[in-house]
Design a binder for this molecule. Structure first.
Ligand SMILES: Cc1ncc(COP(=O)(O)O)c(C=O)c1O
Length: 385
């Protein structure tokens, strides 16, 4: 996980922040990428492409990339879509910023569920639109959608768009089909379009099942799906994402502004990932599952008051440690300062997140162990004065 840029992102400053150790001794468990080498088959494909020294404007005229992605969604999720609906983007974040602008008028509002990936809020703020939040509720150990609250908020006629995270960052919840259906029906009945950000969907626990929201609403053109190989295969630096826009008018609007030109290496990496990465991903899932087991036993032993449930997807552990802190504590700052661990505390997830931390477990187990040791030591020192 990259250490670069953490000062500005996590603390809003680049100077003046004094940490207990040099940067290269910090344990980085914050940003959503992995400390694992990508699949060798992707590296081979890239090496082959780099050896062909023409790196000019590149457009995917050849349907090979799009077919590779379609085959992937068919194989993994038994879901296909109209290939004409697929556009590519320099990432999900830039797509969110643009789509909000195309969909919403100046006085309209955007609905999200909290806790939330902060860029959903940033994208609304950037477009000068009011954000409406619906808190997820923790019931029987799982984060659940508060459908009554959601309905009430969707009924506000100024709410025109919901940005939905599935699986959910930061909690890792994989929404069941009945939850997806109920959620989308509420939105669609109230003419609220949905952007379903499914960027984490491939990173499932072994045996878990994921359903793309649009699969359940094949007749609707009001659900935009975002998926990418970036999180799954550790390719985020290639800035490449798939955006499926079924609505013709919106897609035409997108195409006016976004030339279908992509980084030639990004296309090659993404195609190789979808064509050849499944076996590597299978191994990754097993390793991640074991990291979650390790975390579970570690917490039971050392922080019995921490509330944690193994998530159905993502490499994030969302842990409530409010038994050990006051809710006002800035946990991001506390663990950076006292433990030399970079993680994201509740303050990074819009609202409904105080007292929680998000740990990225996509790292070798020895790093995880060291990170946890430092977290527990600093926490107990604080509690015991
Ligand atoms: C839910 C979610 N959406 C989008 C992104 C970023 O997407 P991209 O790098 O494609 O802009 C992240 C990264 O952490 C994420 O968690």
């Amino acid at each position: 996980m990259s250490l670069l840029g953490f000062r500005e992102y996590l603390f809003g400053e680049t100077e003046g922040l004094k940490l207990p150790c040099p940067d290269d001794e910090l344990i980085s468990m914050w940003i959503a990428d992995m400390e694992f080498a990508t699949a060798p088959t992707i590296v081979e494909a890239l090496q082959k492409r780099v050896a062909h020294p023409i790196y000019g404007y590149t457009q995917t005229f050849d349907p090979a990339y799009k077919n590779a992605f379609l085959n992937w969604t068919q194989r993994e999720y038994d879901w296909t879509f109209d290939l004409d609906h697929l556009v590519t983007s320099k990432g999900v974040i830039p797509a969110l910023f643009a789509l909000i602008e195309y969909i919403c008028k100046a006085d309209e509002k955007i609905l999200i569920m909290t806790p939330s990936y902060a860029f959903f809020k940033h994208a609304a703020d950037f477009n000068g639109l009011e954000l409406v939040t619906s808190d997820l509720v923790l019931k029987d150990g799982d984060y659940q959608i508060d459908f009554d609250d959601l309905r009430q908020k969707a009924e506000d006629e100024k709410v025109k768009l919901c940005i939905f995270c599935s699986p959910h960052n930061p909690t890792g919840r994989v929404w069941r089909d009945d939850e997806l259906e109920k959620f989308a029906k509420i939105c669609l009945e109230n003419e609220v379009q949905i952007i379903s950000d499914e960027i984490h969907c491939d990173l499932l626990r072994v045996g878990a099942k994921f359903t793309p929201l649009a699969k359940l609403f094949a007749d609707s053109d009001q659900i935009i799906t975002c998926m990418a190989p970036s999180k799954t295969f550790n390719l985020a630096g290639f800035s490449f994402a798939n955006i499926i826009i079924p609505n013709e008018v919106l897609r035409a609007r997108w195409k006016e502004r976004h030339l279908p030109i992509d980084n030639p290496l990004s296309i090659v990496a993404a195609q190789a990932a979808y064509e050849t990465g499944a076996e590597w991903l299978g191994d990754l899932k097993i390793y991640l599952d074991e990291n979650f087991s390790f975390l579970e036993s570690y917490l039971q032993k050392h922080l019995p008051k921490a509330v944690f449930k193994r998530p159905g997807a993502t490499y994030f552990a969302w842990i409530n440690i409010s038994a050990y802190f006051s809710l006002e504590e800035n946990l991001t700052l506390f663990f950076a300062n006292r433990a030399g661990v970079l993680l994201e505390g509740g303050n990074m997830f819009v609202s409904n997140s105080d007292g929680c931390i998000r740990l990225n477990l996509a790292c070798p187990r020895v790093r995880l162990e060291e990170g946890l040791e430092r977290i527990v030591k600093s926490l107990l020192e604080n509690v015991n004065g």
